[in-house]
Write a protein that binds this ligand. Structure first.
Ligand SMILES: [Zn+2]
Ligand SMILES: [Zn+2]
Ligand SMILES: [Zn+2]
Length: 401
């Protein structure tokens, strides 16, 4: 076989292959290594605000695509080739997609305002949020222009202030992020250090800035780590110092932090700068299904009365997404946890119509069975009205799976 031909085959696998799990368990130690090519599936385009999710856990061996938000007539159907859509800013997403999929993303989200980089406007008395002005196809740096949703383009002095704020928070986050990968056991940094970065960045930058979202994700990881270390020490009969809280408190903090991370992602997807502090209930975000699945397992470590009701409600909202990602078999523990919490059994044999209704409910879609095209809900890309929000609080991979 010619080298050129081998290269072509490898590129097809890399660019168009879907991770294929079938009915395998995909969490825990048994990670699926399978991939498959689908003649129609490989034609579905990428978007950084996708309208489809898909599963390979089907009875017929094919892929099943499901709408994860309303799709307008004539709108292109898209899913995401990147798992970390809501914690990467536009330039990072573009760089990642160029590296892994060989294209520069100019989807509507990439061409619009970069909400993941939103920073509070540094102008006195302005309660808006400024975002970098990124030209289509730009890969390396922004034009240096920032535009506030409330008061318009910022001058160089204001831009320098907000860039300084962003850099200062990044310098605090980076060593903690490195510690998450390098340390083991009790060496892992204190959750309170990460919490301070998350809360500080939320005030100084914005509640939806990617540094805030990543900090809450990291906070959850650190809490899980310390809870696991405490559990092991207890099992060995070693007296357990609890500088970061009891094992139950750590599991609870881990679930709360992960839920906050998910709510921030939902706000970003809805082009809202509330960042989990807002009281609006946004549409669920399929790419967060894994995070919710993991936090559901943190809730399982707690007694039912210790589980936070809003976090339990979040898990319930994500059941349709968890089912797509992990299939029914892997969901049993999550359903059991919800049953224990509510004291009511969850139906395990649901009809397709019931599943479709659940699915639509989970997606906050308006009426209609799953197969009918849902009514498009037009959310205007707002600037000042969304920026101001509704209350005082507001002032403020995988390739194809
Ligand atoms: Zn994009
Ligand atoms: Zn402003
Ligand atoms: Zn919001």
């Amino acid at each position: 076989m010619e080298a050129e031909h081998i290269h072509k085959l490898l590129m097809i696998r890399e660019m168009n292959g879907h991770q294929y799990t079938g009915h395998e368990t995909v969490y825990g130690d048994k990670k699926s290594e399978k991939a498959a090519l689908f003649s129609r599936g490989s034609k579905v385009a990428h978007s950084c605000r996708p309208n489809l999710a898909y599963t390979s856990k089907t009875r017929h061996g094919g892929l099943e695509y499901r709408a994860c938000r309303p799709i307008a007539p004539g709108e292109m159907i898209t899913f995401s080739y990147d798992d970390e859509l809501w914690t990467k800013n536009t330039l990072e997403r573009r760089a990642h997609l160029l590296e892994t999929k060989n294209f520069i993303c100019n989807c509507p989200r990439c061409q619009g305002l970069d909400d993941t980089s939103a920073v509070r406007c540094p102008r006195d008395a302005c309660v808006g949020f400024a975002r970098p002005d990124i030209s289509p196809g730009n890969l390396e740096s922004t034009s240096g222009r920032w535009v506030c949703g409330a008061c318009g383009p910022l001058d160089a002095e204001a831009v320098a202030v907000l860039c300084k704020h962003e850099r200062s928070m990044l310098m605090r986050l980076l060593p903690l992020k490195a510690a998450a990968y390098e340390s083991t056991g009790n060496d892992v940094a204190s959750p309170s250090a990460v919490r301070a970065v998350a809360e500080g960045a939320s005030k100084l930058l914005s509640p939806v800035h990617w540094i805030v979202s990543i900090s809450y994700e990291l906070l959850s990881t650190f809490c899980v780590h310390h809870a696991t270390a405490a559990k092991r020490a207890k099992a060995r009969g070693v007296p357990v110092p609890a500088p970061h809280g009891s094992e139950a408190e750590l599991h609870s903090d881990a679930a709360e932090a992960a839920a906050r991370h998910v709510r921030i992602c939902e706000c970003i997807a809805a082009q809202c700068c509330g960042g989990g502090e807002c009281e609006r209930e946004h549409t669920t975000v399929h790419e967060c299904a894994k995070a919710v699945f993991v936090l559901a397992h943190e809730l399982r470590q707690l007694k039912p009365r210790q589980r936070s009701a809003p976090v339990v409600a979040l898990v319930e909202r994500y059941l349709p997404h968890i089912e797509i990602l992990y299939g029914k078999g892997d969901m049993a523990d999550v359903l059991k946890m919800l049953e224990e919490t509510s004291g009511k059994p969850k139906p395990d044999a649901r009809s397709e119509a019931e599943m479709a209704a659940d699915w639509l409910g989970g997606m906050n879609l308006v009426g209609g069975p799953a197969r009918a095209a849902p009514q498009a809900v037009v959310t205007p890309r707002s600037n000042s009205s969304e920026d101001r929000g509704s209350g005082a609080k507001k002032k403020g991979k995988n390739g194809k799976r």
